[in-house]
Design a protein around this ligand. Structure first.
Ligand SMILES: [Zn+2]
Length: 465
């Protein structure tokens, strides 16, 4: 397949490269956060291993999944996921409850294994809600004695969400209530050796990563997380369902992403695949921030899935040369747009499950996504970057002096507390764009500035529909 690179306006190419660079800088910012999270992780593990009240949790191990460990975490250095692997007996059988994402898990014969405490009344079905409830209880118990290394902070357990497989915790500052510094999702997961029939063939990676890697992937266990199926009037099975998880394999694939083994091993064999994924996640975050209601069903996993499909089809390393980053990224955005347009985004590991099926992603939202992606491309991708990262652009004064009272109506962007400079965001008088207000000192007056793209006409964010 011949590669065709559509010419990209130079300022847009520059903007994409700049955004990518800034995401890299962001990554270095998370030292404090990862230290705090690692301490939490190690101590939770110690607690569970020594806790005699629930033997199933004594055998747990952490599985390093989630984007923090894939090194493609985007804006906030402060969201972490961890999967807690539970040992289960081998006499389990899985029955799918949909085309292949949700399952009922049953014991094939009675067992003395401590998992027996988590069965339903029928004495054979593993209850996902019982496991999750126990996880909540144990974490709350752990927090009663655990001390955060930074004494100014404490961990709080968030309220349970009906369709979430996670115990979500927030790190908060003791003296300021409500301010969340870090959030962590702890997800219990069952390790099952044999893959369900629906996913038995493994992902379509032969051309891209080779048959050998697919075999290797297939020899790995798969995981099930306690997630309830969505919908009303759920049957007993759906209430106690487990969802299959491939995050450990996604991590492996993203790590060894090259068509040739040498990809990204040396300077001269670098590619831009990971950067493209980071940028796409960044754009999705920006879209969700701007249109929380219209795009509430959109999540970063849609981006990751479109990315994996694109990599599988466009497998040649030379198609992802670093200098082609802008073109590759736009290609990826086009791919997501195309999936939304057709209302078809097969799950990468469970292709018979469509992540853009209208039952889980309404047609109206698909159309909205298509339009908003088109608009982003037309407008030069203004949402690519997080608001707090805007200051490095060239500010130009477009308004006169304003007083502190006016400034307070803007939204604090946060992050840019450099000496006494506070950057605020708010609508400008025309209501069409975003005025960026820079204020010197808490009390002092400031000036209204607009941030400009180098070589571009000043422009605001996308128009709301
Ligand atoms: Zn590479």
């Amino acid at each position: 397949m011949a590669e065709e690179f559509v010419p990209i306006p130079p300022d847009m190419a520059h903007w994409i490269k700049l955004s990518s660079k800034e995401l890299k800088i962001r990554q270095k910012d998370r030292c404090w956060a990862s230290e705090v999270v690692n301490d939490f992780r190690e101590n939770l593990l110690k607690f569970l291993k020594s806790s005699s009240d629930q033997p199933v949790f004594q055998s747990v191990e952490f599985l390093n999944t989630g984007s923090y460990f894939e090194k493609v975490k985007i804006h906030s250095p402060d969201e972490f996921d961890m999967m807690l692997k539970l040992q289960v007996p081998s006499c389990l059988c899985t029955t799918k409850l949909d085309p292949g994402l949700f399952y009922r898990i049953d014991l094939t014969r009675p067992t003395r294994h401590p998992i027996k405490d988590f069965l339903l009344e029928n004495n054979r079905t593993l209850s996902s809600s019982k496991i999750l409830t126990e996880m909540f209880r144990l974490i709350r118990k752990f927090l009663k004695t655990y001390r955060v290394p930074d004494r100014r902070c404490r961990w709080e357990v968030n309220k349970k969400k009906p369709n979430s497989p996670a115990v979500t915790l927030s790190l908060c500052r003791k003296e300021i209530s409500g301010e969340e510094l870090i959030s962590v999702d702890v997800v219990p997961a069952l390790e099952v050796q044999s893959w369900p029939l629906a996913v038995r063939n493994g992902p379509d990676v032969d051309n891209w990563l080779g048959k050998k890697l697919r075999q290797e992937i297939r020899s790995l266990p798969c995981y099930f997380v306690p997630k309830r199926q969505k919908g009303r009037k759920l049957g007993e099975d759906a209430k106690e369902s487990w969802r299959i998880s491939f995050s450990h394999i996604e991590k492996k694939i993203i790590k060894s992403h090259g068509n040739k083994k040498t990809c990204c091993e040396r300077r001269d064999t670098k590619c831009c695949r990971k950067q493209c994924l980071k940028l796409l996640k960044s754009l999705i975050e920006g879209l969700k921030r701007c249109f929380p209601k219209e795009l509430e069903d959109l999540c970063s996993y849609h981006g990751k899935t479109a990315f994996l499909h694109t990599l599988s089809a466009r497998f040649d390393d030379s198609s992802w040369a670093p200098q082609q980053l802008p073109a590759c990224f736009l290609h990826l955005v086009g791919a997501l747009q195309d999936h939304a347009e057709r209302g078809l985004l097969p799950h990468f590991f469970v292709p018979q499950c469509n992540l853009f099926a209208t039952s889980v992603f309404p047609r109206k939202a698909q159309v909205f996504l298509v339009n908003v992606l088109e608009e982003q491309k037309r407008e030069g991708l203004p949402l690519l970057k997080p608001p707090a990262l805007l200051p490095p652009l060239t500010p130009t004064t477009v308004g006169g002096e304003v007083n502190a009272g006016e400034l307070k109506t803007g939204r604090r962007a946060g992050g840019s507390r450099d000496e006494d400079v506070v950057v605020l965001f708010g609508s400008d008088k025309n209501g069409s764009g975003t005025a960026h207000v820079r204020c010197f000192g808490e009390e002092a007056s400031g000036e209204i500035v607009r941030l400009e793209l180098p070589g571009r006409r000043p422009r605001g964010g996308p128009k709301r529909r």
